[in-house]
Design a protein around this ligand. Sequence first.
Ligand SMILES: [Cu+2]
Length: 127
Amino acid sequence: MQRSTTFRARLSLVIILTFVAVVWASLPAQGADELTFTAVEKDGSKIWEGGGTIDLKGPVTLKVKNTLTAEHGFAIDTMKVKDVIKPGEEKTITVPLEDIDTTVPAHRVYCQLHPKHVAATIKVAGR
Ligand SMILES: [Cu+2]
């Protein structure tokens, strides 16, 4: 008797965990925006490569990587982001929805350290 109760308890636990895993795996599709930006050099110009579209339904995750040999700035005025990425550094920056200016159709992603460093753009869906 005791054995079968334990077995049933374990089986329910496995079923519950499987259900939780399936639900959790489908969650990122709903409004969790993740964008990638990489500082690269092309034809002698430093560029913030990357971008994409966000839907303003939740926080935005920015995966930022500097592949160059000098520090580069990473700034988005309309998202209250201003950071410095060291050579070879990879950083994940999460911007809460309340820090995002929802009135603009696009966000400029630029380097505040070098005026000539080419900027990238984050577009807003439906604008
Ligand atoms: Cu730069």
